[in-house]
Design a protein around this ligand. Structure first.
Ligand code: MG
Length: 203
């Protein structure tokens, strides 16, 4: 399986990064070695002094597809989860400076912890899904899919022009504003519509 991450999909996050609001989706990949599941801890790596949290809703692809039309894209996922796109911001800044790819900053081991999934039928309205991240019981990021620059369906259609989607692939759909540094000892919890879906301790 592979992990596809959408960058700058909330305008307020693009602004806080001093990045342009994109006119088409921006995406990058993480390998399966990035996954952390079942509430396992994240071990702070020694190559960075500035790991940031980016809480994101995650789509689980349920069947293979290539060149998926927007009107059929909703048939390619049933389940939505929440995860963190951990980013070594200091490493990323150096890559950006030199115009180099971001993999070192984005695709490292443990950089994609993922929580439980919920069937989209159990959510009131896919176009207004509220989600948030709390660290040590304080809410640090809040998002709502009504603020997405590119909807889930647009993202699936766009990515599948370039890359065949396969069953079990995950799409991290972008982070809202409020990204920031984590530190050892932090307890991260993420929620979809106030239902706790995700736990991860930083060690
Ligand atoms: Mg992200």
């Amino acid at each position: 399986m592979k992990i596809i991450c959408i960058g700058r999909n909330y305008a307020e996050h693009a602004k806080e990064m001093n990045a342009a609001v994109p006119s088409e989706p921006v995406f990058f990949l993480k390998p399966d070695t990035a996954i952390i599941k079942d509430g396992q801890p994240f071990y702070y790596p020694d190559f960075s002094k500035e790991i940031h949290h980016e809480v994101e809703l995650v789509l689980k692809i349920n069947k293979p597809g290539k060149n998926i039309a927007i009107e059929f894209a909703h048939k390619y996922y049933d389940e939505i989860g929440v995860g963190i796109d951990f980013t070594a911001r200091d490493v990323q800044a150096k890559c950006k400076e030199k115009g180099l790819p971001w993999e070192k900053a984005k695709a490292f081991d443990g950089s994609a912890p993922i929580g439980n999934f919920i069937n989209k039928k159990n959510l009131q309205n896919n176009k207004e899904i509220e989600f948030h991240l709390a660290i040590n019981n304080t809410i640090v990021q809040k998002g709502n899919t009504k603020d997405l620059l590119f909807s889930f369906d647009e993202v699936i259609a766009y990515v599948s022009k370039f890359i065949t989607l396969k069953t079990g692939d995950l799409i991290y759909t972008g982070t809202p504003e409020g990204v920031g540094a984590i530190k050892i000892g932090d307890k991260l919890e993420a929620f979809i519509e106030n239902k706790k879906m995700f736990d991860c301790e930083i060690k």
